[in-house]
Design a protein around this ligand. Structure first.
Ligand code: NAD
Length: 500
């Protein structure tokens, strides 16, 4: 990586055309651990030209599906071979624990296998009954073309793989721009795609900022599809730019996800312990920097006091530190900017009347928490309400707000009272209530008595301002394909619509 050649265009590793570079910081101590190429719009143009040529003239879009699937499976094998190295790299880059990094890499490999299996299992097309023997009608799927993929910093390789795997399975070529602060594992993945035998020009990466490289991807006339994962503000800009060229657009944006706990879920000690434990996990894993984080605890009034007290007791015991250290349960936030944003939300919540139960500050530095790292304590804010910014807006930090309800209707109304709609959970021992509430929640994923699991076979995405389209599942492949209806008349004759 010391050569700064982290831009891959048309099968070649390059520096930025301008020669610019960027230091990549370890969020645990804010010290640089790598230097990458800082690409610009001109690098984006070169990458798009390479992807365009590979799509229009190269073999990949016409490669038989079985061969494409075999390549994807080889990539999964290489990811598993390099699991330790990649898990560690993800941990250093994004600040997560190494164990989280390893889990991410397993999930990335699973995504490649899932999309390989999905395309391999398909037939040659869907025959349509035209109602007559003289017509053969079939609907086939074809790749969209050149896909521009833009990804965030919280799950760098996982979010990239949810785009790259289906894009390749469908026969597209692509340009990818990882987050400028966490590009390392996506650069490494491009190396694995090359090693697996992907033809030159199919996979291109430009490391660089959103305002130049990302914006160029979204507006470029030779791009056919833009798939973006990130925040609402940049996602809106991407959608606007893409609309000018009438490109296909997929957006995976933020969330403000409710975790609804009914008192009956806490009726036994075991039920209480499970609901508390999972509420903790929902809100604080990866320091809350998760699009589907359960950052709004919506709890039945009768159990609030006991639940919040136990939650706070356990939150205060979470071991914060460098993600690569043994025993550390939570790493730092990804950047000083992200920590300052979190602190701003906590300050505004306290001004608006929230009660700080635990956290709310930077922890004391220690051997595992260098003073220069971007650490922030897991924070619980009680007595919150929808009037507060911290309840309405995505914090993307370790901050859990507590709201209460008395009736089922009130719980559902609170859970749906968000402009987002990515994910939510309901905790109850009553099976009928679980079904009713799950049915009424306006969120793309609903968990019953659980939080966070997802399956590659099941669609992921959001209602409302959480996005447009879906990743994973059959719909996650469909995003990267065009449907084509081929209607063949087996007995052509004049139609005589026009008499003359
Ligand atoms: P971000 O919007 O700041 O950046 C995301 C990506 O977009 C980065 O690569 C960035 O460089 C690029 N970008 C920024 N401005 C751009 C522009 N004008 N044109 C094109 N590209 C641009 O988001 P982030 O801070 O990196 O990530 C956090 C956000 O991602 C959160 O809102 C989180 O909820 C969301 N997210 C959503 C999902 C999901 O599945 N829905 C998953 C992970 C993260």
């Amino acid at each position: 990586m010391s050569s700064h050649k982290t831009i891959h265009v048309g099968g070649e590793w390059r520096s930025a055309l301008s020669g610019a570079t960027r230091e990549i910081l370890d969020p645990a101590d804010a010290k640089p651990f790598a230097v990458i190429a800082e690409g610009g719009a001109e690098d984006a143009d070169a990458a798009i030209a390479a992807a365009r040529a590979a799509f229009d003239q190269g073999p990949w879009p016409r490669t038989p599906v079985a061969e494409r699937a075999a390549l994807l499976r080889r990539v999964a094998g290489l990811l598993r071979r390099d699991r330790e190295e990649l898990g560690l790299l993800e941990s250093r880059d994004a600040g997560k624990t190494v164990e989280e990094g390893r889990v991410d890499i397993d999930c990335v490999a699973d995504a490649f296998v899932y999309f390989a299996d999905l395309v391999a299992a398909e037939g040659a097309g869907r025959v349509v009954d035209a109602g007559t023997d003289t017509v053969h009608s079939v609907v086939v799927h074809e790749p969209v073309g050149v896909c521009a993929l833009i990804t965030p910093w919280n799950y760098p390789l996982l979010q990239a793989s949810w785009k790259i795997a289906p894009a390749l399975a469908a026969g597209n070529t692509f340009v990818v721009k990882p987050s400028e602060i966490t590009p390392m594992t996506t650069v490494a993945l491009i190396g694995l795609l090359v090693e697996a035998g992907l033809p030159a020009g199919v996979a291109n990466i430009v490391t660089g900022p959103g305002h130049s490289v990302g914006a160029r991807f979204a507006e470029h006339p030779d791009v056919d599809l833009v798939s973006f994962t990130g925040g609402l503000v940049s996602g809106t800009k991407v959608a606007q730019a893409a609309a000018v060229g009438v490109k296909k657009v997929a957006l995976e944006l933020g969330g403000k996800n409710p975790n609804v706990v009914f008192a009956d879920a806490c009726a036994t000690d075991e039920g209480f312990d499970t609901a508390v434990d999972q509420a903790l996990n929902a809100a604080f894993i990866h320091s809350g920097q998760v699009c589907s984080a359960g950052s709004r605890l919506i709890i039945e009034e009768s159990v609030r006091e006991r639940f919040v007290a136990e939650l706070a007791r356990r939150a205060a015991k979470i071991r914060l530190g460098r993600g690569t250290e043994d025993g550390v349960e939570c790493g730092p936030l990804v950047s000083e900017q992200q920590r300052a944003k979190t602190e701003g939300y906590v300050a505004s919540a306290l001004e608006e009347g929230a009660v700080l139960v635990t956290g709310g500050q930077r922890p004391e530095p220690s051997g595992i928490r260098p003073a220069t790292g971007y650490f922030y304590e897991p924070t619980v804010l009680d007595h919150c309400h929808r009037g507060m910014r911290v309840v309405r807006e995505e914090v993307f930090g370790p901050v859990l707000t507590v709201e209460t309800f008395r009736t089922e209707d009130e719980a559902v109304a609170l859970a749906n009272d968000t402009e987002y709609g990515l994910a939510g959970a309901v905790w109850t021992a009553d099976a009928g209530r679980a079904r009713r509430v799950a049915g009424r929640l306006r969120h793309g994923t609903v968990w019953i008595n659980d939080f966070h699991p997802y399956l590659p076979q099941a669609e992921w995405g959001g209602f409302g301002k959480s996005g447009v389209g879906r990743e994973l599942g059959p719909a996650g492949l469909a995003e990267y394909r065009e449907s084509k209806h081929v209607y063949q008349n087996l007995d052509p004759r004049p139609v005589r619509w026009f008499a003359g």
